[in-house]
Design a protein around this ligand. Structure first.
Ligand code: NOJ
Ligand code: NOJ
Ligand code: CA
Length: 714
């Protein structure tokens, strides 16, 4: 991978400044808040969410639109005093709140809803119930407490009519709680109404039976159970097909995006085959949940985001902002460090999904802490990535860990400051592409005050925040905003004020008061082709890819994958659809050339896959290694590194499914293909030991999982 190119691309908005200091556009910025009430105009792109705001709903806790489907008996808590039982919320309730304008007026353009499929219906006094939707029984059917399949489809269609996308939560890691003693419903699995197995009655090995994970190793997290949840073996050909068929069926019901549960707990390369299935069927934005605690980071997290074809919920951003504005344990310099880390570690930081709270951590708002929630929302909504607002945060709902963070909506008040902030900033993500695509630059920072700037092409947004009760003098603040006067885009909601930028691009010293946020913005008119986003970031020849940005021009130009031209499906000044050309599997730089022959900067390393992907388990037996040495596989197709040991696949595992000196790894490879490969040992210092003899050969399965077993050849 070429790191320099990637960094360049990420800074693309900043690198291509080109503003020469004219003041022509400055005056046009004054007081233009009209987009805050703009009507929705279609659903936008299913693969580019950068200008959206997602609203995360626990379906059971948002609104009860149909008491006829409420569960009863042990499952239910009618007044929701028992937060571990069903409270009656449903898809009809969401439809009602879309139709009454609560969500659209707030500027919400995407909803992430609880897993919609049928869940177990038993209640256990210690374990609780499936009100959250994470305990599937039948992935092909609807959770009847949320509504029937017709109501689900109506939700999708009402959302679309109102300019809102629907993201469903998908849980391919497990079914429901069980131990070998058969708790609750014993992790039972149904296939469209037909029982196929349960955890303790599992003759065809649909589940892993390796005990629970203690989180001490990645391998254990994947191949052992998460808590007591019956853990799928996705390498089992029935389960592989079942899960892929299920997501295809939900895609056919019109969903626009997918949130994947527990991605740190499934084989990463199997998930790449899942993404290939999704993109082949219907390309939609997909982001995974790889939980990181406070201050936690991990190279595997970034590797997954860069390799799997899936984005991630931005736990680095969320946990860091909570430390700065909720706990006050970290300051803005720490936050700036995290912004820089995420910008350099993610190939596409604008494709990640930041948030300030969710259903797996304490709610952001604490007693008397409303103003800090307001500040955090302002930062979230002006940051890179697709901001996600957890339901009720706009009503300052409080609560500790699960289930206290999942209380019912207290009200649907449209006058809270938090609601107004979202309502003002969400439309700005649509109208000013600096928020969607821009890089982030630090302009002024101390522990309490942070000025950061987003820039893309000729578009600029400068945000300043003071989290403290003190007043600071801000001097020497420079900006890419053109000379002119700018009103606070928040219109004083958080005590912001107007500012003036001089001809030298600086703002005269001013005093910045307590708990203040200013948002100053300039929406420009980029005339050179400027690429902001490509989605998906991997695909097979023939798949459609959407390129977004600005300045492509109205006449059709060309799109290059390396030196090969792609066939263009549609073209506008801000969006192009093109087909992945018939090139060999590999990484390609994508460029746009406008009708006048002006070429954009490159979007680096789009991954062309060699064909449909299937998951094959490679097992290397009897491979004895020195300390620090690990086993990998390398071979003659792109997916196996094209014989380049820097791209060998691994390190293999050796403790759970097979034990040392036997090693294994589940790898995505092209289907129905004769491949050649070898196992290699790679040491900590990078030195490579090839096994001897001629290349190994194997024909990969046409449409299923496979396994190759061979002894290491010394
Ligand atoms: C993460 C989800 O967000 C959490 O709420 C759920 O309980 C676990 N995964 C298991 O599905
Ligand atoms: C790549 C070759 O094609 C493979 O057969 C050989 O084993 C390795 N290089 C090491 O020489
Ligand atoms: Ca109901």
């Amino acid at each position: 991978m070429n790191l320099e190119r990637r960094t360049l691309l990420k800074g693309l908005g900043l690198a291509s400044i080109g503003w020469a200091g004219s003041n022509a556009a400055g005056a046009a910025q004054l007081g233009d808040l009209t987009y805050a009430t703009q009507e929705p105009s279609g659903v936008g792109s299913a693969v580019d969410y950068t200008d959206d705001v997602i609203y995360q709903i626990i379906t059971d806790r948002f609104e009860n639109g149909n008491t006829g489907n409420d569960p009863d008996g042990d499952l239910a808590s009618d007044d929701c005093s028992d937060l571990r039982k069903y409270c009656g919320g449903d898809w009809q309730g969401i439809i009602d709140r879309i139709e009454d304008g609560y969500l659209t007026e707030m500027g919400i353009t995407a909803l992430w809803i609880s897993p919609p499929f049928e869940n177990v219906t038993s209640a256990d006094p210690d374990i609780g119930t499936s009100y959250h939707g994470y305990w599937a029984r039948d992935f092909e059917d609807a959770n009847e407490s949320f509504g029937d399949m017709d109501t689900f489809e109506e939700l999708v269609s009402v959302a679309h009519d109102n300019g809102i996308k629907v993201v469903m939560d998908f849980v391919p890691n497990h079914t429901s709680p069980s131990t070998e003693d058969g708790d609750m419903e014993d992790g039972v699995l149904y296939d469209d109404g037909e029982r196929v197995a349960s955890y303790s009655d599992d003759p065809d090995d649909y589940f892993h039976h390796n005990g629970g994970t203690d989180y001490s190793s990645y391998e254990g997290q994947i191949y052992r159970n998460l808590y007591n949840l019956a853990d799928f073996d996705q390498q089992n050909s029935f389960i592989d097909r079942y899960l892929k068929d299920a997501i295809e069926a939900w895609l056919d019901r019109g969903i626009d995006g997918i949130r994947v549960d527990a991605v740190a707990h499934m084989a990463p390369k199997w998930q790449k085959t899942l993404m290939d299935t999704i993109y082949d069927h219907e390309p939609v934005f997909t982001f995974g949940e790889w939980f990181l605690g406070t201050g936690e980071s991990s190279q595997r997290y970034y590797d997954f985001s860069n390799d799997s074809g899936m984005s991630l919920l931005d736990f680095r951003f969320g946990q860091s902002l909570r430390q700065v504005l909720r706990e006050f344990d970290d300051d803005w310099e720490d936050f700036w460090d995290v912004l820089q880390e995420t910008a350099s570690e993610h190939d596409q930081v604008v494709d990640q999904v930041p948030f300030i709270d969710n259903h797996d951590m304490e709610r952001f708002t604490v007693e008397d802490g409303e103003v800090n929630t307001d500040l955090a929302l302002a930062v979230l909504l002006t940051s890179r990535g697709t901001p996600t607002v957890y339901y009720g945060t706009e009503q300052y709902l409080t609560g500790g860990n699960d289930p206290e963070n999942r209380k019912p909506m207290p009200s649907f008040d449209r006058t809270t400051t938090a609601y107004e902030i979202i309502k003002t900033l969400a439309p700005l993500r649509r109208s000013n592409p600096a928020l969607a695509y821009g890089g982030t630059r630090q302009r002024w920072v101390n522990s309490d005050v942070f000025f950061y700037e987003r820039e893309f092409g000729d578009n600029v947004v400068l945000v300043g925040i003071n989290r403290s009760e003190d007043t600071y003098d801000v001097s020497g603040l420079s900006t890419a905003l053109p000379e002119g006067t700018y009103e606070d885009h928040l219109d004083g909601l958080l005590d912001g004020f107007e500012t003036t930028v001089g001809s030298d691009g600086s703002i005269d010293t001013f005093s910045f008061g307590p708990k203040t946020v200013c948002v100053w913005e300039h929406t420009g008119d980029t005339t050179e082709p400027t690429l902001g986003h490509v989605g998906p970031t991997m695909g097979r020849p023939g798949h459609t890819v959407t390129l977004s940005g600005e300045g492509f021009g109205s006449s059709t130009g060309s799109v290059g994958f390396g030196s090969t031209d792609a066939s263009v499906v549609s073209w506008s000044d801000t969006q192009i659809e093109a087909e992945v050309p018939s090139v060999a599997g590999g990484f390609y730089d994508i460029t746009v050339t406008d009708a006048d022959g002006v070429e954009s900067d490159a979007f680096a390393d789009f991954e062309v896959l060699s064909g449909e992907q299937v998951s094959v388990r490679f097992v290397a037996e009897d491979a004895e290694t020195e300390t620090g040495e690990n086993v990998y596989v390398v071979g003659n197709v792109h997916e196996l590194g094209d014989w380049d040991t820097d791209r060998a696949v691994g390190p293999f595992f050796n403790r759970v499914v097979h034990e040392y000196p036997d090693w294994y790894f589940d790898v995505n490879v092209p289907a129905g293909t004769d491949i050649e490969f070898k196992f290699v040992k790679i040491a900590d210092d990078g030195s490579v030991t090839w096994e001897s003899g001629s290349n190994r050969t194997y024909t990969t399965p046409a449409d299923s999982t496979g396994e190759y077993v061979g002894e290491w050849r010394t």
